[in-house]
Design a protein around this ligand. Structure first.
Ligand code: UDP
Length: 327
């Protein structure tokens, strides 16, 4: 297959790109690098089946030749990032989804949308099944992401119903692993960085709010299954193993062998109190469920952050390869 991945230099996008190259497919990554990083894909750039297009997905986009699949994964995706880039976040979810659906329609490509558990907002139902319509504050600080993704889902379904585009909508729950940005502001990279640097782990509120963390390799496997499925309606992809944030902080501190203390900070506005996917649909239709235990995934992520810390200090100026770059 020839697969286009928007946001392919980001955390999830780069893992998808690596996965599909590994399966013998050709991959085109499109990214504007506002939150993506060349470091995430520099290992892939010399690959003969890899192409990078540096472009903003909210403008007119074109890709030369045939396309079999379009993955729309471009968007600032952490609360800190979408607070910093609120308009770009709305545009990536709204205009970017429109543009990429138009491309998929033209190319007769299968379309996979990165949606999110944020469509459920601060949920009043737990765990969250796909049938739950959510509890979103449209004008709060998180609204730019939540509403953009809700619009994106509506747009994908409209292209499916009107133009018969074969669409798949992944409602992605909290995912973690190597290549998360150290400063993206999310709980896992914050806690790991703080633990490794001996600084206090910043727990927001009392840390009683819950999240359910999925390791990135499990998520990528789920997305691959979704691509090959017959399901057009949204499918939750995430790990139902739910923990309080304070317990995740303590676990990371222990696994990192850190003596850091825990410092409590104010809870951000509209921070969801619980989050846990109901994955019955994914189990039934995709025959998928996550398999990586939290401790194993966290150890691998901590190792990555350790390696990054040592390579930044010893090898800061190595330039990325320039192969296959279209600007
Ligand atoms: N959080 C925290 N300390 C941090 C970063 C995040 O306690 O340094 C909390 C945050 O308030 C939320 C949870 O951890 O309740 C997960 O936050 P994250 O930014 O990872 O993603 P979210 O699930 O909110 O989109």
């Amino acid at each position: 297959m020839r697969i286009l991945i928007t946001g392919g230099a980001g955390f999830l996008g780069s893992h998808l790109a690596e996965h599909f190259l590994g399966q013998g497919h050709r991959v085109i990554v499109l990214d504007n690098f506002i939150t993506g990083s060349i470091d995430n894909i520099k290992g892939l750039m010399p690959h003969p089946d890899f192409t990078l297009i540096k472009q903003d997905v909210t403008e007119y986009i074109s890709a030369p030749g045939r396309l079999d699949a379009v993955f729309h994964f471009a968007s600032p995706a952490s609360p800190a990032d979408y607070a910093q880039f609120p308009i770009q976040t709305l545009k990536a979810g709204a205009l970017g989804t429109h543009k990429t659906l138009g491309l998929a329609k033209d190319k007769r490509a299968v379309y996979v949308l990165a949606s999110t558990s944020e469509v459920y907002g601060d949920p009043l139902v737990s765990p969250q099944p796909e049938s739950y319509w959510g509890n979103v504050n449209p004008i709060g600080p998180r609204g730019v992401y939540d509403e953009a993704k809700r619009f994106a889902e509506a747009m994908a379904m409209a292209y499916h119903r009107t133009h018969r585009v074969k669409v798949h909508i992944a409602r992605i729950f909290n995912t973690y692993g190597p290549r998360m940005r150290k400063n993206d502001g999310r709980a896992v990279p914050n806690f790991i960085t703080q633990a490794l640097e001996g600084r206090p782990l910043t727990v927001y509120g009392r840390g009683r709010q819950t999240r359910s963390l999925c390791f990135v390799s499990d998520l990528v496997r789920g997305l691959d299954k979704l691509l090959h499925s017959g399901v057009a309606s949204p499918v939750n992809l995430g790990n139902p193993d739910e923990h309080a944030i304070i317990d995740i902080a303590r676990l990371i501190k222990r696994l990192a062998g850190s003596k850091s203390r825990i410092a409590f900070k104010p809870l951000p506005v509209d921070d969801p109190k619980v989050r846990r996917p109901d994955i019955s649909l994914a189990i039934a239709k995709l025959r998928w469920r996550p398999v990586v235990p939290l401790e194993d995934g966290l150890k691998r992520t901590i190792d990555y952050f350790r390696r990054q810390a040592s390579s930044y200090s010893s090898n800061e100026s190595s330039p990325p390869g320039k192969n296959n770059l279209i600007t």
